[in-house]
Design a protein around this ligand. Structure first.
Ligand code: UDP
Length: 242
């Protein structure tokens, strides 16, 4: 595809979030720019980490390609060197879908799970995507009452999220990495189809080294454990991006 990135970046982004900016290419497509900004705790903690945008664009693109190969519908179209991804222009569903294989993070803060405890079966959790309300957890009735999705769509979100989990868990396992948990977002295409959207990167997943249990994700930044970009680089190398 012939996309004039320079020309597109001359226009204002249609949306600018905490770590990505979205530019309109045409009615059907957007250009997603992965920036070096990193935040935690709903933006309370902020920094800029050189090279993070590049690694997340690479990793995200690769993981969307893995999903597409497994016949899971996504918004992904192509990667553009160094920090861009072309994607279908979709309407983002305001539900953050979290899937967990191993207990960590907020699950252990809120419930009597032990950090690192393997879960009998994956947990799928829906959070309301709203900085204003602090991303509170939803149940089906609240999500429907807020018009975030229909009952059928909620079923489909869960079904797709579990498929994404199976696909990525296997992919990472074969490369010596444990997929602890992750957050994904979905979009509605013009035809009303739900597709995996946004990003899938170490900013939005927990990844542990299978042998050493070393942390390879944004928890390095959240907990001040050292060189976060160095860990993302390990992930990118293991999955064959660099
Ligand atoms: N997550 C995310 N964005 C959010 C909340 C969570 O990407 O706004 C990811 C997070 O990186 C982790 C998973 O979803 O991989 C589960 O996060 P958790 O609920 O444990 O929240 P945390 O402990 O990070 O506050």
């Amino acid at each position: 595809m012939n996309i004039d990135v320079k020309k597109i970046l001359n226009e204002k982004p249609i949306y600018s979030g905490k770590a990505k900016s979205i530019y309109k290419i045409d009615e059907d497509k957007v250009l997603i720019e992965f920036r070096d900004d990193i935040t935690a705790g709903d933006g309370a903690k902020k920094d800029i980490k050189k090279g993070k945008g590049y690694l997340n664009a690479l990793i995200s693109s690769k993981l969307f390609e893995v999903l597409n190969k497994d016949n899971i519908p996504t918004h992904y179209i192509e990667y553009i060197d160094p920090v861009y991804m072309v994607a279908k222009n979709v309407e983002i569903v305001l539900i953050e879908v979290i899937v967990r294989n191993i207990a960590a993070g907020s699950l252990c803060r809120k419930y009597p799970f032990k950090e690192g405890q393997e879960l009998k079966r994956p947990i799928v959790q829906f959070d309301y995507k709203s900085d204003e309300y602090g991303d509170p957890m939803l149940n089906e009735d609240i999500a429907i009452a807020l018009d975030l999705a229909t009952e059928e769509e909620l079923k489909r979100l869960k079904e797709l999220a579990l498929k994404v989990n199976e696909s990525l868990k296997k992919f990472f396992d074969e490369r010596g990495i444990i997929l602890v948990d992750f957050k994904i977002e979905f979009g509605r295409t013009k035809d009303g189809e739900l597709v995996v959207a946004d990003e899938i990167s170490p900013d939005t997943m927990r990844l542990w080294d299978k042998e050493t249990k070393d942390i390879l994700d944004k928890d390095i930044f959240r907990k001040d454990l050292g060189d976060v970009v160095g860990k993302y680089e390990i992930v990118a190398k293991r999955i064959g991006c660099i």
